[in-house]
Write a new protein. Structure first.
Length: 554
């Protein structure tokens, strides 16, 4: 050991290992509220209705995001059925595609040095934030795929590639826009700026290809938006103001407000343990000693996007994904400047740290009881981190490679695979605590109550709709999250799926439903002032934070 393979062979081996670790047990826990369940359920409804242009959530049109994520997720559901595995599979494939694109970017920036490119791909594929994005159905994995494809296409063109790479840039940019709007241009734009800024690059002449490329962007990126605006002029204000300007500037619009420094703290966490090495080496290296190319990568691929996302009022960790390719490439560059002796010190530190973390994972069942945590952790869950520790020991004993860098990369692969394989049983064992309603759906199915109409009280539960493969009726009391955008509905049929229980004019409809022996799902207990509903539900069952009210068979 190690076997003498080419860098490309090692790359594909890493992709297979990472893909296997991601796919194993991918559907062992249910889709999670709120974002993942929302995307999965919209995609399920889209597949059922065959309406690919009007996304619907629990039967009501929902235009918070463009449709690419729904299309891809629906494709997974079409292949594997309406399951969590089907919903998540496309995101896993998107992340594996990202790994390959980071390798391609590394080949370009490291002047065809395949070993450094391989290192970049491995580091990227083992980042915690990337692994999280692979296990969640959101726009972010797909957006990152298109952004990396656009960045690779334009850099490949700049480095002497043919026009097909130039067109890849525009097509990928259009897909990014059709996935999440204008934010999809952040990384590709910074890639272009970084390539030209003070590097003396020759300007490309303006040709018909630029016109055609821009038309491709407009056709792909704006086609869906223009279709909806032509259908209803109100969409113009909706897309430009509420879904773009307000999402960026208004902290209250989507209730994801975080302080301006939020990403400054969270960005390094998403890149652990590599972020520590990068920050230390950046601090130790004189700015003037860094080549202009890598200074531009630091400024335009990392710092400028970090500032841009920090200015936005709406913040989530996965929004920051476009920063991490630059972080990874810089990490490989800075560590690549070290001697083997210096790199070995990092290897020792990271070996000790990751071994301690895996030892802590082995002790989770014991720590769970000792710390009084309300988690369910089966003792056999410790087998995965124990196997990871054995793999680390075997690596130390059997590795004959003199160079330190490969050992460091294998170390992090072992840890990442161990973490993935340990996390999935924990997610499966604690689905209710993790905001998955699969146990609710399974209980209803086991008692044949899923055949009845399901009512959900004052909660939006797309995960329950997805798991039951049916449409529940939502009873609205005072939950602000249930305010739906019904202004785009062509008729009043949505009122059969969303009933305001405080509206006296809807009482006849509600009582008619209750007489049909439905099932009522409530978080906690039904409030005292709704006690008039209890005679319709003489039986109840408690499951985690939920109460299921039902009656015997008719």
């Amino acid at each position: 050991m190690p076997v003498s393979f080419s860098s490309r062979t090692w790359l594909w081996l890493f992709v297979l290992v990472l893909g296997g670790a991601l796919l194993l047990g991918l559907g062992s826990w249910g889709v999670v509220e709120s974002s993942e369940a929302r995307y999965a359920e919209i995609s399920r409804e889209m597949l059922v209705s065959r309406d690919w242009l009007h996304p619907r959530l629990l039967g009501i049109q929902h235009f918070h995001k463009p449709p690419v994520t729904y299309w891809l997720t629906a494709a997974g559901l079409a292949v594997l059925g309406p399951t969590a595995t089907g919903a998540r599979l496309p995101a896993v494939l998107a992340v594996l595609g990202q790994v390959l694109l980071v390798y391609g970017l590394g080949r370009l920036l490291f002047r065809h040095d395949k070993r450094h490119a391989l290192a970049a791909a491995v580091v990227y594929g083992t980042l915690p934030v990337v692994l999280i994005s692979a296990l969640n159905v959101t726009t972010d994995a797909y957006l990152m795929l298109w952004e990396l494809a656009a960045a690779y296409g334009i850099l490949r063109y700049f480095h002497g590639g043919g026009w097909r790479w130039f067109y890849l840039f525009w097509v990928a940019l259009g897909l990014a826009f059709l996935t999440k709007g204008p934010v999809g241009a952040v990384l590709p734009l910074m890639t272009v700026v970084g390539f030209y800024f003070r590097q003396g690059q020759a300007r490309r002449p303006f040709t018909i290809h630029h016109v055609l490329g821009f038309l491709l962007l407009l056709t792909i990126g704006l086609g869906w938006y223009l279709y909806l605006v032509a259908e209803n002029r109100a969409f113009l204000d909706y897309f430009l103001w509420k879904q773009t300007a307000e999402r960026f500037a208004n902290a209250d619009t989507f209730k994801r407000a975080k302080p301006w420094w939020f990403y400054l703290v969270l960005a390094p966490v998403g890149a652990l343990p590599w972020a520590v090495a990068l920050l230390v080496q950046v601090a130790r290296t004189r700015w003037a000693a860094v080549p202009r190319q890598w200074r531009n990568v630091l400024v335009f691929w990392v710092v400028v996007p970090l500032i841009f996302f920090s200015l936005a009022k709406s913040k989530l960790l996965l929004y920051l994904l476009p920063v991490y390719p630059g972080v990874v490439l810089l990490t490989v560059y800075y560590l690549g400047q070290l001697t083997d002796a210096a790199l070995y010190r990092w290897y020792v530190v990271m070996s000790g740290l990751l071994a301690l973390l895996m030892a802590a994972l082995c002790m989770l069942p014991a720590l769970n009881g000792a710390l009084g945590l309300s988690l369910e952790i089966h003792p056999l869950t410790s087998l995965w981190p124990a196997a990871g520790i054995v793999a680390l020991v075997l690596q130390q004993m059997l590795w004959s490679q003199v160079r330190v860098a490969p050992r460091l990369l294998v170390l992090t692969v072992i840890f990442s695979v161990t973490l993935l394989l340990t996390a999935k049983p924990l997610l499966r064992q604690n689905q209710l605590e993790g905001s998955s309603t699969r146990p609710l759906a399974q209980w209803l199915q086991a008692h044949q109550l899923d055949q009845r109409q399901v009512l959900v009280y004052d909660e939006m539960l797309p995960s329950l709709a997805f798991e039951l493969n049916t449409m529940p009726i939502t009873l609205v009391h005072d939950n602000d999250n249930l305010k739906r955008e019904t202004q785009f509905e062509a008729d009043s049929r949505w009122q059969n799926l969303l009933i305001n229980v405080n509206d006296s004019s809807r009482q006849v409809q509600l009582r008619g439903l209750l007489r049909q022996s439905p099932v009522l799902v409530v978080r906690g207990e039904l409030e005292d002032f709704r006690a008039w509903m209890l005679p319709y539900f003489p039986q109840q069952h408690h499951l985690g934070p939920w109460t299921i009210y039902y009656s015997g068979w008719k």
